[in-house]
Structure formats: structure tokens, C-alpha cells
Design a protein around this ligand. Sequence first.
Ligand SMILES: [Zn+2]
Ligand SMILES: [Zn+2]
Length: 264
Amino acid sequence: MLVDYHIHTKKCGHARGEMHEYVEAAIARGLPEMGFSDHMPLPYLPLDEEYVMPAARFPEYLADAARLQEKYPRIRIRLGVEADFIPGYTEQLVQILSGYPLDYVYGSVHFIDGWLHDDSRFIDGYQRRGVDNVYRDYFRLVQEAAESGAFDILSHLDLVKKFGFRPQRDIRGLLEETVAAVAESGKCIEINTSGLRKPVKEIYPGRELLELLFQASVPVTLGSDAHAPEEVASDFDLAVALLRQVGYRRIATFRRRRRYLVDL
Ligand SMILES: [Zn+2]
Ligand SMILES: [Zn+2]
């Protein structure tokens, strides 16, 4: 069984297609279950409306997903969000999340001290800060995000490789520390195929990191990070092949923030 839990909608301002088109794409791909996880509006994000959904649209997002579930009984539609991890705001985030009937919450490190490291407009930050430093700072934030306990799934765990910048230093220790933090948290990670559509041309997380995660018994779920309907479940054949090669036989699914493992 496969799921695609990482699906955006045009409510966030930078994805396209109507929500029902994503559902129809998921049905066409034969998925028994999918989930929306649009960028969560958070009051402490210093951002424009091309980055997250405006807060005013959030109730509509929730209601639309519920309506689609009624309209498309052939597929289970879960409702999640992708929330940004910003140190110092965990309590506020947990408070906000508790007010919604969500099935799961993705936690993402898109910001390093206010710098949006995965946005090509600000790509010069890699040279300015130094790639090794960026990797260190990024993975430390991922560790903190795991330790915060605020998220069910840690998104695209090695997103920092997106533009193809690779560290000079050996980062095995950093990866091991990160895996230990995730394992200790008891949370889940995702296989995210969007890296294949980015300059790095690689699934998140890469094989070495995924092997460490498997050895540490960290559960995994699946996401395409679709920002257009045709991206739903994209390259899932490659994701499943990688999971099987590494040893995974089950994936995590979610309902009302409880995790269930099902056979792959
Ligand atoms: Zn997005
Ligand atoms: Zn993301």
C-alpha cells in the first residue's frame, strides 16, 4: 500500500491546480490514500503570501478537504499541514496545531536564522555562509525540530542538498547525530521524491542517511511534495525501490495524529 502525504494546494500561493484535481490525480495513480499538507500559516513567519497560506484561508482549506472526502469515497483523504520549525516558537506552534482536527503535521526546516535556504532567490547564502557551516546549522535545526516533539513527520530530512551544494567536510557524524535525535524522538520521516525534480536530482533522504534511519528503526512515510496535480506520487516507483533495497517493508500512515504501520 502506498500513500502520498505531501501535497500542496494553490492556497499557499506558489502551487497550482484545484484541490479536487490533486485528488483525481491520486485516484488515477491508484493510491488508496492521500493527504494534503499545505504550508501552515504561522503568525511568527515573517513572510509574504507566496510562501504560506494566508491565515484567513486556513478554515477554507480544512473545509474543502472535508468536502472532498465526501465527494470522493474511493480514496481516503487525510488532512495535514507542513509547518516550519523556528527555534523558540514550539510552544506557540503546538498551541496553534491543537486547535485543528489534523491527521498529521510535517515539520520542516526551511529557515536557518531567518534565511530561506531552499529558495533559489537567496541561493547566494551558501557561498556567503560556507557550505559546511550551512550543513551543520541545518542538521542541528533538524535535530531540534525532532527533539521538540511538535511534529509527526520530519520533512525532506536532507533538504539542504537541494541545489547540489555538497559539504567538503565528512558529515557522517552529523548524520548519525541527526538520526539519533530522530530515533529518540519516536517520530517518523518521509521519503520525499521532489529532490528528483530539483538540481540535486536525488530523493530526500539520500541512501546513506536512509540506511542509518532504517538501522535506527525510524519509520518512514511517502510524499511527492506535489505543487501541481501531475506531480502526485511522482517517482514513487523509485522511492519504493529505494525503501526495499534499504530494508523497509512497512510505511507509516496517520489518522488524527496517531501512527499506523502498513505493509509496503
Ligand atoms: Zn511549497
Ligand atoms: Zn518543505
